[in-house]
Design a protein around this ligand. Structure first.
Ligand SMILES: NC(=O)c1ccc[n+]([C@@H]2O[C@H](COP(=O)([O-])OP(=O)(O)OC[C@H]3O[C@@H](n4cnc5c(N)ncnc54)[C@H](O)[C@@H]3O)[C@@H](O)[C@H]2O)c1
Length: 330
């Protein structure tokens, strides 16, 4: 198996390392339009490089695309049309229509199309899902998610929602077992006009759960945390803490099943249970290669990627209508 990685910037260079570890550097070809970046990666990994997209596609069985979002559709389309498998960074495309076209093309050509929803392949996120499904915190009632940092403004006017929310939408939809049915988005453009750099989303899920998400490129601390409040306990997943998962046996206990006033309530502040996980690194590249070898559909295939794009598109509409709650049709 030979894989070309197109785009060897911040994230692409991580994919290069991952594919080298999985299939050997002699089977990895790196492509970028920026000669300086290519020279750096060649020096670091000692592998073959090219600035030609056609060469990258023709000389491999599969292509991983880690370029800016506005290039994903054209590049992935070329890859699939040449009969090669495609791994595309999140979000898979700029519009739901483009994403659906890619999914359909992959289906017609019988090729694997996978979007890198990295967190779905993270051992910690999988462990949280197991805990939620086992009833560890009772029934999940609502969630809050925060993804904050001093973020990088992008050349193509991508806003903070398109940059960061694909992760939260993926994580929350995975935890609740379904995609949201409505979204409200509020944001502010602090540095560049009409590029939201701090935003809040309210996502509503079909079974009635709600999640609030705070996304920011202007924050003093790096925070990547999702908290799920259950009927029984509270679960904290924090990527930047060790251990990443804690279940807090904390909450409100009802003295009366139909509480009318605070007198019907008691509070519990019991133990905190840390949950260790084995291994921290997400295995999305391995999943992509396994799907090709075993002719399987990826967990985060083109149709999945399109749904995430749909949520982003509707969130953008809501942002421009001052947070109006908008239904998401898939
Ligand atoms: N999965 C994750 O957790 C994660 C994290 C960060 C970024 N990303 C995604 O990865 C993608 C790239 O982000 P980044 O932060 O690495 O950006 P980056 O700017 O650091 O790197 C992009 C690279 O693509 C190259 N490039 C641009 N157009 C090209 C083209 N047509 N052909 C070949 N090379 C081209 C640029 O020269 C650059 O080296 C984005 O889609 C982003 O959303 C994913």
């Amino acid at each position: 198996m030979r894989v070309s990685v197109v785009g060897c910037g911040y994230w692409g260079s991580k994919l290069v390392k991952e594919f080298c570890d999985l299939i050997g550097k002699e089977n990895v070809l790196v492509c970028d339009l920026d000669g300086t970046k290519l020279a750096k990666i060649k020096e670091k990994f000692g592998l073959e490089t090219t600035s030609s997209i056609s060469a990258a596609i023709n000389r491999s069985d599969a292509v991983a695309i880690a370029t800016p979002v506005f290039t994903h559709y054209n590049l992935a389309r070329k890859v699939l049309k040449k009969g090669k498998h495609a791994f595309v960074e999140k979000p898979i495309a700029k519009t739901y229509g483009q994403a659906r076209k890619l999914a359909e093309l992959a289906r017609q050509r019988g090729k694997v199309l996978m979007v890198d929803s990295t967190f779905i392949y993270s051992p910690a996120v999988r462990r949280v899902k197991e805990l939620l499904d086992s009833g560890e915190i009772g029934s999940p009632k609502f969630a809050t998610s925060r993804r904050l940092n001093l973020g990088l403004y992008q050349a193509d006017k991508t806003n903070v929602i398109w940059d960061l929310a694909p992760h939260d939408i993926a994580i929350l939809s995975y935890f609740f077992g379904e995609f949201p049915e409505s979204v409200s988005a509020f944001g502010t453009s602090t540095i560049i006009s009409d590029v939201a750099d701090d935003a809040h989303l309210i996502l509503k899920f079909p079974k009635g759960q709600q999640a609030s998400v705070h996304l920011s490129w202007l924050h003093p601390h790096k925070v990547r945390e999702t908290i799920v409040i259950g009927s029984d306990k509270m679960l904290v997943y924090n990527l930047d803490k060790d251990p990443q998962i804690e279940v807090h046996d904390k909450g409100v206990v009802l003295k009366n099943p139909n509480p009318q006033t605070a007198a019907d309530l008691e509070y519990k502040h019991s133990a905190i249970y840390p949950h260790q996980i084995s291994g921290n690194l997400p295995d999305m590249c391995k999943h992509f290669l396994d799907c090709i070898r075993e002719n399987k559909t990826p967990i985060t295939d083109g149709v999945y990627g399109a749904k995430i794009v749909r949520v982003l598109e509707v969130a953008d509409k809501s942002l421009h209508r001052n947070g109006k709650a908008m239904r998401i049709d898939y």
